[in-house]
Design a protein around this ligand. Structure first.
Ligand code: C2E
Ligand code: CA
Ligand code: CA
Ligand code: CA
Length: 275
């Protein structure tokens, strides 16, 4: 699996600027991509550090462009945000991730949680909670098998509306995590008032772990004292994992265990852990 995906989308990116002559071209191409089914989701497993079992997967969007090959979300999501297309794309992502997770359950694998990234525009839709409920309803996935990832900046502005949305999601029964935690300006005062379930420690702190040891430790301890779970992102080495284990971090995600992969490869991983 690893060999096969070494050749990933980063190789194609150098050619993008030449071919996508303008933002307008890219917008047209994005619309076409949505209509013609060029988007797909890859899933990166998340493991419980103590048991070693896969407890969740994060859905990560891939654009399989007919000429360019796989294009990284970092390239097209900012544009999709600007044009508002992210709302349609985001609905597709949430639907597809829920559908896939339900399918895995129907295939007999142990239930896991699927994590979906929300963009700021999506999070601020006044009918977000209803949209999520409707997608769960259509796909038949239980709310407790969906987690929405929001960033610190999305959570830390415009308090009252945010709390209302977060409470709506909590009442619906879905989980909410704070992505890239530690890179924004979150205030502890807000954090303790927000109904969120998990902090995702940003990969910069894990990768420069030696310099950031104190920060990582304090995020882990803070999560637990606020009754939240904590997951480390971007875990690439055994040394990092051992440190996290010693510090009682709950979960890990990163290349050390697996890159994001197409869904059929996850089936193989689930099978391996049931034997
Ligand atoms: P993110 O949400 O922080 O996702 C984690 C990123 O880190 C992914 O990049 C993943 O491939 C990468 N990663 C995972 N483990 C490792 C590791 O061990 N080392 C390193 N160096 N990187 C690792 P990806 O898939 O390119 O996604 C980039 C960003 O694009 C995501 O960052 C997220 O902000 C955004 N994105 C991806 N899919 C969606 C989506 O469906 N909706 C929205 N709104 N944003 C998305
Ligand atoms: Ca994320
Ligand atoms: Ca992240
Ligand atoms: Ca991010």
């Amino acid at each position: 699996i690893k060999e096969h995906y070494r050749n990933d989308y980063k190789m194609f990116e150098s050619s993008i600027s030449k071919d996508f002559k303008s933002i307008l071209t890219m917008e047209t191409e994005l619309r076409k991509a949505l209509k013609e089914g060029q988007f797909e989701l890859h899933y990166q497993p998340q493991k419980n550090i103590v048991t070693g079992r896969i407890v969740g997967v994060e859905a990560l969007l891939r654009w399989n462009h007919p000429k360019e090959g796989f294009i990284s979300p970092g390239t097209f999501i900012p544009l999709a945000e600007k044009t508002g297309l992210i709302l349609e794309i985001g609905d597709w992502v949430m639907y597809e991730a829920c559908r896939q997770n339900k399918q895995w359950q129907d295939e007999g694998y142990d239930p896991i949680i699927v994590g979906v990234n929300l963009s700021a525009k999506q999070f601020h839709q006044s009918d977000l909670v209803e949209r999520v409920a409707s997608i769960l309803n259509k796909t038949g996935l239980q709310p407790s098998h969906l987690e929405l990832e929001i960033t610190e900046s999305m959570a830390m502005s415009n308090e009252e509306d945010i709390i209302q949305t977060l409470e709506g999601l909590r009442d619906l029964g879905v989980y909410v995590s704070i992505d890239d935690f530690g890179t924004g300006y979150s205030s502890l005062k807000y954090l303790s008032r927000f109904p969120v379930n998990k902090l995702k420690i940003d990969k910069v702190f894990i990768q420069n772990r030696k310099q950031n040891e104190a920060i990582v430790k304090s995020i882990i301890h803070m999560s637990h004292s606020l009754d939240m779970k904590v997951i480390a992102e971007g875990v690439e080495t055994e040394e990092q994992l051992t440190f996290l284990k010693n510090e009682r971090c709950d979960e890990m995600q990163g290349f050390f265990y697996s890159k994001p992969l197409p869904p059929k490869h996850l089936n193989e991983m689930f099978q391996k852990q049931t034997v």
